[in-house]
Ligand binder design. Structure first.
Ligand SMILES: NC(=O)c1ccc[n+]([C@@H]2O[C@H](COP(=O)([O-])OP(=O)(O)OC[C@H]3O[C@@H](n4cnc5c(N)ncnc54)[C@H](O)[C@@H]3O)[C@@H](O)[C@H]2O)c1
Ligand SMILES: O=CCCC(=O)O
Length: 533
C-alpha cells in the first residue's frame, strides 16, 4: 500500500529518496514518527488548536455552499494531513460583512483596551508555542526549532503593536492664522483584506493583524492554501484572548483564490489590501484595486545580493551567508539570491561555504538532527532544479549538491519535496539566477573586481527588498549601504528581521513597511481638522 493519508503514514514509513544526503534523512524520518499518533494526527498538548475550518464571526465554518474541500499536504512526505472548506466569493462576502459589522465597536475601543487584548493574545501564543510550532512544521516543513523561532518572531508583533497601539499620536500644527487652530488625527482605515504566503504561515499573519488591530481596523484574511492550519490555530487563541466576534475572519480557499482576491480588491466595504507574496500577484492586486482606490501594502519578492569585499572578515561572512541563504531552505523573501565575492577571495569563500553546506542534514522538520527541511511542493523543487541546470549549462561550477533524483521518490511511493542544498561557483550574468528569484537552497557565487562594478551589478534588478555586504572599511560601509537600491541592508550581518524595524522593499519588491512604528501607517489615515476660534 502506498501511504497517501496521514493515518496510513503513521503505520507505514518507507525510504523517500536515494541521493546520499537524503538517504540519511530516511532513517531519521522513522524516529520522528512518534510525533504522530496511531491515527496519523499530530500529538499536541492542546488538540483544540488543530482546526480544519474557516473562521467567521468567531465561529468555525466547516462547510461551504458548494460542500467542496481542499487538501493540505505535509511537504516532508507529500501526504495529505488535513482538508479545509474550499470557500468561494459568497463565503468571503460573509466574512467581509462580519468584519464590517464589528468595525464600529472595535474602532471605538480605547487604544488601551485593544492593547490589552493583543498583549493577552501574545501571552497565549507563548504559552502554546510548542503546539503552534508543531502545527507549523507539519504544514510548512521547516525544522521544529526554526518553526519555534517563527512562532516567537510572530508573537513579537503582537507584543510590539500592543505597545504601539497606545502611541498613535496625531499632530497639532502651528497655525499661520490667529483665528484658526489646526491638527491632524489618525484614524483606522476600516476593514482590511489580507492575503499571506505559505513560507511564514504564522508571522506574516501576525505582522499584519498586530498593526491593523492595534489601530482599530478589522480584518479578513486569506492564508495560503498550503498552510491554513497555523492561521486557524492563531485565531483560536485570539478568541481566547478576547478578540470580539467579526474582528478577525479567515477565508480558506484553493479553487477560488483568484476570484476571492479580486472580490477583496473590488469590494466597497474593504478599505485597504495588505498582501505578502510574489511580485506577479502583487501587481494583479494593485491593478484590480485601482477602481476603488484602495490603500495598498505590498510585501513582494526579492533578489537579494550579498557582497563580500576583499577587506571582509571571511569566516564571519560565511557564517552570515549560510544564515541569510539557507534559512527555511532558501524560501524567505530576504534570502540571498546572488553572492558577489571579490575575485581575490572567491575560491576560499566557495570552498568554506561548500564545506559547511555538506554538513547540513536534510529531512523531516520533526527530527531533531534535521537542519534543513523540504521545499513547499514539487513545483518549487522543479523550479529550483531548473535554475541549477541552467547555471550548469551556462558554465557554473558545482561545489556541492545539485543532484535531483526525480525517479527515486516515485519508486518509494513517498514524495517528500526535498532538494539538496547546493553551492555553485563561477556564476555569470546570463544565468537565470542573476535575475530571477530562485526561492530555494541554492547559493550562486559571482565574482567582482571593484566597488563601482559590484554596486552596478547588485542594483541591476527590478527587485529591491534586502541587500547584505561584508566589509571592515567604515567609509565603504556608509557608501555601499546608501547606494544599494533596497529597502533593507545588512552590514556585516545576515540577520535583519525584527519587529522593531521597518520591513519592506522598493522598486518591484513592494510598497509600505511592516513592523516598527511605521507599520501602523499602513492601517491608518490622517484627518486634518481646522477649528476656528
Ligand atoms: N516581501 C515580503 O515580506 C515577502 C514575505 C514572504 C514571501 N514573499 C514573496 O512571496 C513569494 C512566495 O510566496 P508564494 O509563492 O506563496 O506567492 P504567491 O504570490 O503565489 O502567493 C501568495 C498568496 O497570494 C495568494 N494568491 C495567489 N494568486 C492570487 C491571486 N491572483 N489573487 C489573490 N491571491 C492570490 C496565494 O494563495 C497566497 O495566499 C516569493 O516571491 C517571496 O519573495 C515576500
Ligand atoms: O519571507 C519573508 C519574511 C521574512 C522575515 O520576516 O524575516
Amino acid at each position: 500500500m502506498t501511504p497517501r493519508t496521514a493515518s496510513q503514514l503513521a503505520h507505514h514509513v518507507r525510504p523517500m529518496q536515494s541521493t546520499s544526503s537524503l538517504g540519511s534523512a530516511n532513517a531519521r524520518h522513522v524516529r520522528c514518527m512518534s510525533i504522530l499518533n496511531s491515527h496519523g494526527q499530530l500529538e499536541l498538548k492542546d488538540k483544540s488548536l488543530l482546526i480544519q475550518a474557516g473562521f467567521i464571526d468567531n465561529t468555525h465554518v466547516k462547510t461551504t455552499a458548494s460542500g467542496k474541500r481542499f487538501p493540505v499536504f505535509d511537504p516532508a512526505r507529500g501526504v495529505e494531513i488535513a482538508s479545509f472548506p474550499d470557500m468561494n466569493t459568497e463565503d468571503a462576502e460573509r466574512a467581509i460583512q462580519a468584519a464590517k459589522n464589528a468595525l464600529p465597536e472595535w474602532s471605538q475601543k480605547t487604544a488601551k483596551e485593544r492593547s490589552a487584548i493583543l498583549r493577552k493574545w501574545y501571552d497565549l501564543i507563548l504559552q502554546n508555542e510548542d503546539d503552534l510550532a508543531r502545527i507549523l512544521t507539519w504544514e510548512n516543513g521547516k525544522p521544529l526549532a526554526e518553526a519555534l523561532g517563527e512562532i516567537r518572531y510572530g508573537a513579537s508583533f503582537f507584543e510590539w503593536f500592543s505597545e504601539e497601539a497606545k502611541r498613535l499620536y496625531g499632530e497639532v500644527i502651528p497655525s499661520p492664522s490667529r483665528q484658526q487652530r489646526m491638527m491632524a488625527i489618525r484614524q483606522p482605515l476600516g476593514v482590511v483584506g489580507i492575503i499571506t504566503p505559505w513560507n511564514f504561515p504564522n508571522a506574516m499573519i501576525t505582522r499584519k493583524f498586530g498593526a491593523a488591530l492595534a489601530v482599530g481596523c478589522t480584518v479578513v484574511a486569506k492564508p495560503a492554501s498550503e498552510t491554513p492550519l497555523s492561521a486557524l490555530a492563531l485565531c483560536e487563541l485570539g478568541m481566547r484572548a478576547g478578540v470580539p466576534k467579526g474582528v478577525i475572519g479567515i477565508v480558506t480557499t484553493h479553487t477560488d483564490t483568484k476570484a476571492i482576491g479580486k472580490h477583496f480588491c473590488e469590494s466597497l466595504d474593504i478599505s485597504g489590501i495588505s498582501f505578502t507574496g510574489s511580485t506577479a500577484v502583487g501587481k494583479v492586486l494593485l491593478k484590480q484595486s485601482a477602481d476603488t482606490v484602495k490603500k495598498m501594502s505590498l510585501e513582494l519578492g526579492g533578489n537579494a545580493a550579498f557582497i563580500v569585499f576583499e577587506d571582509a572578515d571571511l569566516e564571519k561572512a560565511v557564517d552570515a551567508a549560510i544564515m541569510a541563504k539557507f534559512r527555511s531552505s532558501g524560501q524567505t523573501c530576504i534570502c540571498v539570491n546572488r553572492f558577489y565575492v571579490h575575485s581575490s577571495i572567491k575560491d576560499k569563500f566557495a570552498s568554506l561555504m561548500g564545506e559547511r553546506v555538506k554538513k547540513f542534514q536534510v529531512g523531516s522538520g520533526f527530527d531533531n538532527s534535521t537542519t534543513h527541511g523540504p521545499l513547499i511542493n514539487q513545483r518549487a523543487v522543479e523550479k529550483v532544479h531548473s535554475h541549477v541546470e541552467d547555471a550548469l549549462q551556462h558554465g557554473a561550477k558545482l561545489v556541492t549538491g545539485g543532484t535531483h533524483d526525480k525517479d527515486s521518490s516515485a519508486d518509494s511511493g513517498i514524495h517528500g519535496y526535498f532538494y539538496p542544498p547546493t553551492v555553485l561557483a563561477d556564476m555569470k550574468t546570463n544565468m537565470k539566477m542573476a535575475t530571477e528569484e530562485t526561492f530555494g537552497p541554492v547559493a550562486g557565487i559571482f565574482s567582482f573586481e571593484t566597488e563601482d562594478e559590484v554596486l552596478e551589478a547588485a542594483n541591476k534588478t527590478r527587485f529591491g527588498l534586502a541587500g547584505y555586504f561584508f566589509s571592515n572599511d567604515v567609509s565603504r560601509c556608509w557608501r555601499v549601504a546608501e547606494k544599494l537600491q533596497v529597502g533593507m541592508v545588512g552590514v556585516n550581518t545576515g540577520a535583519i528581521s525584527s519587529e522593531v524595524a521597518p520591513f519592506g522593499g522598493i522598486k518591484e519588491s513592494g510598497m509600505g513597511r511592516e513592523g516598527a512604528r511605521q507599520g501602523l501607517d499602513e492601517y491608518t489615515q490622517y484627518k486634518y481638522i481646522n477649528m476656528a476660534v
